[in-house]
Design a protein around this ligand. Structure first.
Ligand code: ADP
Ligand code: MG
Length: 261
């Protein structure tokens, strides 16, 4: 009725995103090596459902490899990862792709497909969804991330920020329980960074479970429920943003913060 209509209008700008039902993630004794090079050593991590964990640390410390292990883009050499209690090591690849989404620095969109097609492809290929249903979901997700008017554009005619939103819409379209973000604003022009970070912050507020590798210390400080500092393949320190940024205990973290802040 009329009342409902006016309520919807009052909230529409700020409340565009739906709510999500993020899952929990646990990492136990995770190890990974490229040949002889040990890159992850005995990683333990707990990410509660609906929380945001930011992973920080110097280049080469193993942040990307950790994310890649969480959806088996690379195979862990030791340990286990569970999503809502289910081990990813015994999960079918399609199931894992659906439950754990990932967004990359370089967007990884198909250049010859429109934004809409890029989002639809994930649904029709991985989820084997009929075209019409895939289109409906893709349109909804693109509208959620503010791209309702850009759906028919190819990546080359979108800004970097818009391309990254397409990649986020594509991840969301799978209805994942966890989304992994690997330095997703590092390739963006400075003026486009904030919009993408705001979108990620909204996702976190709306219940998505997120693991975010980032150099954006302001984002980690403000948005993270948990911050993890990695160095040389290990988690050196983990805690709340206050623990990590205001009361860093290890000299390595203190040195790192001195360099980046
Ligand atoms: P970060 O994301 O923190 O910069 P990475 O996980 O990318 O760290 O890399 C961790 C270490 O693994 C680095 O020493 C890097 O050179 C090495 N490494 C990363 N990817 C590969 C690969 N495909 N083959 C061999 N070594 C790699
Ligand atoms: Mg990396």
């Amino acid at each position: 009725g009329e009342l409902q209509g006016s309520v919807a209008t009052a909230t529409e700008a700020a409340e565009k995103l739906p709510t999500f039902k993020g899952g929990s993630l646990t990492v136990r004794g995770l190890g990974m090596a490229y040949g002889d090079l040990e890159v992850l050593k005995d990683i333990d991590l707990d990410v509660k459902a609906g929380t945001v964990t930011c992973v920080i640390g110097p280049s080469g410390s193993g942040k990307s490899t950790l994310l890649r292990c969480l959806n088996r883009l690379v195979e862990p050499k030791a340990g286990d990862v569970t999503i809502d209690g289910a081990s990813i090591l015994t999960m079918k690849p399609e199931t894992l792709r659906r439950r754990v989404g990932m967004v990359f620095q370089q967007f990884n969109l198909f250049p010859d497909h429109t934004a809409l097609e890029n989002v639809m492809l994930a649904l029709t290929k991985v989820k084997k969804m009929p075209q019409a249903e895939a289109r409906r979901i893709a349109e909804t997700r693109l509208a959620d991330v503010g791209l309702a008017s850009r759906m028919d554009h190819r990546p080359s005619s979108l800004s970097g920020g818009q391309q990254q939103r397409v990649a986020i819409a594509r991840a969301l379209a799978m209805a994942p329980e966890v989304i992994l973000f690997d330095e997703v604003t590092s390739a963006l022009d400075p003026e486009l960074v904030k919009g993408v970070l705001n979108l990620m912050s909204d996702l976190g507020r709306r219940g998505m479970t997120m693991v975010v590798v980032t150099h954006e210390m302001g984002f980690a400080r403000k948005v993270a429920d948990q911050v993890v500092f990695m160095d040389e393949g290990r988690i050196v320190e983990a805690g709340t943003p206050d623990d990590i940024f205001e009361r860093p205990r290890s000299p390595r973290l203190q040195r790192f913060l001195n360099e980046v802040l």
